[in-house]
Ligand binder design. Structure first.
Ligand SMILES: [Zn+2]
Ligand SMILES: [Zn+2]
Length: 290
């Protein structure tokens, strides 16, 4: 028991001090997610100001600061709180002799590093796409995912407005993805994570991006805006455009829907009137039926 308590505290204090060191620039720059997130956010925000898609939308749009807070809450505060639990879970699995390598069906360690990273990116994106489908499919998951869909005016910071339970929902399939690759997560994985953050920010930004013919491969702000549409088309009433970084999964599984690109559609969900508007109201929403 003491072993588990120690594992909990070690991870908790470790993540806390890593975050603090990141704030103080005491970690290698390429692993500094704290300042990395700020730099990416500022760059995309400036791009929103220079190339606004919905011209009438203010630079500091509705719920801008709420979303800004969510970015730090989900990325750092929640990570610190949950780190102890995950470490205990990892220890429990290794005591049960379940390791990252137990499910390995692909050994990619002999490939060139860029190719390893590309495979890692694609596998991780697919498992997240599928998790996102589940968040829409099952009512008990949708109750939490509604937080992300409560955005009424879209901008880059909305990317990280989501209920903290989503971190937990995404974890098993992400871990599964890493296990398939034999526990592959090299130090260079930071490149993949930073690319994913940037694409996610751009998908939510008030900038019209379609990527031209690459739209069948890469998710984009036009496609993702429709993911947030308040009233879904009748023929796709469960959900559309689930893509995270890649759009290809939606085209393969026919969940794609982009009828227009003018950007002026109503966002939200049908029963949003009674949904809590502030952070604390949303913190424990989802655990009971509305
Ligand atoms: Zn969604
Ligand atoms: Zn979104």
């Amino acid at each position: 028991m003491e072993k588990y308590a120690n594992a909990f505290m070690d991870a908790f204090t470790g993540t806390l001090s890593w975050t603090w060191d990141s704030i103080l620039f005491k970690v290698p720059w390429y692993t500094n997610y704290f300042w990395g997130l700020i730099v990416i956010s500022l760059v995309v925000w400036v791009l929103e100001m220079i190339f606004p898609w919905r011209k009438k939308q203010s630079f500091i749009r509705k719920d801008f600061w709420l979303d800004g807070f969510y970015m730090f809450f989900n990325f750092f505060i929640f990570s610190i709180v949950i780190s102890g639990f995950y470490n205990v879970l990892g220890l429990l699995f290794s005591d049960l002799d379940i390791h990252y390598k137990s499910l390995a069906i692909m050994d990619i360690s002999h490939l060139e590093m860029w190719l390893q990273l590309l495979i890692f990116f694609i596998v991780l994106d697919f498992v997240q796409w599928y998790t996102h489908v589940l968040l829409h499919k099952y009512e008990f998951l949708w109750r939490f995912h509604k937080v992300h869909h409560s955005v009424k005016e879209m901008g880059f910071a909305a990317h990280l407005r989501y209920h903290w339970m989503e971190n937990i929902f995404y974890k098993p399939l992400k871990t599964f993805g890493v296990m398939i690759l034999g526990g592959f997560e090299p130090e260079q994985a930071y490149i993949v994570h930073f690319i994913a953050i940037t694409i996610g920010h751009l998908n939510h930004a008030n900038i019209k991006i379609t990527w031209g013919p690459f739209k069948y491969l890469l998710n984009n702000s036009v496609m993702h805006l429709y993911h947030h549409i308040k009233v879904l088309p009748e023929e796709k009433s469960q959900g559309i455009n689930y893509g995270i970084s890649l759009s290809i999964w939606d085209y393969i599984f026919r969940t794609n829907y982009v009828p227009d690109d003018n950007g002026n559609i109503e966002l939200g969900f049908p029963d949003e009137k009674t949904f809590p508007k502030g952070f604390f109201g949303q913190l424990f929403t989802g655990f009971k039926k509305q």
